[in-house]
Write a new protein. Structure first.
Length: 104
């Protein structure tokens, strides 16, 4: 069952950027793509648990700030060493200027 949580304002994130969000003791990363779509992933890299929100966004890719591992934030797919495990993604939607993510 879906559990939609208000994460931030749509304008809180610049295009091609990421911001942190915490809910119920968990860290998430919220992304805005260059074409104004919104995405969400777990907040930590699967390699060394570094916060992804401190990383660099390039198109649909987030680069971990610690070891430069990269993920496709639209699918969660790990894009090569040192990251081998995909990052979990969460559905995101915008309603009345607020970004919601389904944390279920």
């Amino acid at each position: 069952m879906a559990q939609w949580i208000a994460a931030c304002g749509a304008d809180d994130i610049d295009p091609e950027d990421v911001i942190p969000f915490e809910y119920d003791g968990r860290a998430y990363a919220i992304y805005r793509s260059p074409d104004d779509a919104y995405y969400a992933t777990d907040g930590h890299c699967t390699h060394e648990q570094t916060l992804l929100c401190d990383g660099l966004v390039m198109g649909a890719v987030i680069e971990c700030p610690k070891r430069n591992g990269r993920f496709d934030y639209t699918s969660g797919k790990a894009l090569g060493a040192p990251v081998l495990a995909d990052v979990r993604t969460y559905p995101a939607k915008v309603i009345d200027g607020t970004v919601y993510i389904d944390v279920a």
